[in-house]
Design a protein around this ligand. Structure first.
Ligand SMILES: C[S@@+](CC[C@H](N)C(=O)[O-])C[C@H]1O[C@@H](n2cnc3c(N)ncnc32)[C@H](O)[C@@H]1O
Length: 216
């Protein structure tokens, strides 16, 4: 089964056999792949019943209705999470992800947010997590950042929240081009900000940090 590069990158963080809770599963392609290729036990969950009807059809088309459990839930509210479970939350915005994590704190999280990565890192870390690994993947003109969190306590710097404590140290081509694109977009924005605007200083500072990352 061929998975998108983004979803495939998520599966690379998942060891064979562990139970996976796919929150906001939509098509459940991740669950189908993990069940077939990595012997994971998956719970495919979504808030939307219409979506879940299609999820069910998709799972049936692979003959996996006995293997993959489907659960309707707002986030993880209706799911009992065990200590070794991996909770995947992908393809959503940071505010929805933080809503999903407002009460329960699973031990292992893999998150791919579509926006506000600095807020995501800061808020998840504040809940008692550390960043175990992170990577950027480029697919169809878009960079996606995938972050693996586990429980722990660690001090982070401002640039860690903004650009990732591990990501900014990575030297693979895809990570470097991710930071180059980020730099270009911030340089474009800063030109539009009037000199007396309070946001200007913040952008100039972030540009400086990005140049340091790309220099090292
Ligand atoms: C863009 S799809 C992402 C699908 C898949 N996770 C991926 O990354 O390709 C977002 C899905 O999240 C679901 N969703 C949105 N808010 C949710 C919530 N609070 N709890 C569970 N699912 C949610 C939507 O119904 C939708 O199916």
């Amino acid at each position: 089964m061929i998975l998108s590069k983004r979803l495939k990158a998520i599966t690379e963080y998942i060891e064979e056999g562990v139970r996976v809770i796919d929150v906001g599963c939509d098509h459940a392609l991740l669950d189908i792949y993990l069940t077939l290729e990595k012997k994971n036990k998956c719970i495919a969950s979504d808030i939307n019943l219409n979506v879940l009807a299609k999820t069910k059809e998709m799972i049936s088309s692979y003959g996996l209705e006995k293997e993959i459990e489907i659960v309707q839930s707002d986030g993880i509210d209706n799911i009992e999470i065990e200590k070794d479970d991996i909770v995947v939350i992908a393809g959503m915005g940071t505010s929805t992800i933080l809503h999903i994590l407002r009460e329960k704190k699973p031990n292992n999280l893999i998150i791919q947010s579509n926006n506000d990565l600095d807020i995501l890192r800061r808020k998840v870390i504040e809940k008692g997590y550390i960043i175990e690994d992170e990577k950027a993947v480029f697919e169809k003109g878009i960079y996606y950042v995938i972050i693996k969190f586990c429980k722990g306590n660690q001090e982070y710097l401002e640039e860690d929240y903004l650009f990732g404590p591990i990501l900014r140290e990575k030297k693979e081509e895809e990570m470097v081009s991710y930071f180059k694109e980020l730099l270009l977009s911030k340089e474009k924005i800063v030109k539009q900000i009037p000199d007396n605007h309070k946001e200007k200083k913040r952008f100039i500072n972030e540009i400086k940090m990005l140049k340091e990352i790309l220099k090292s």
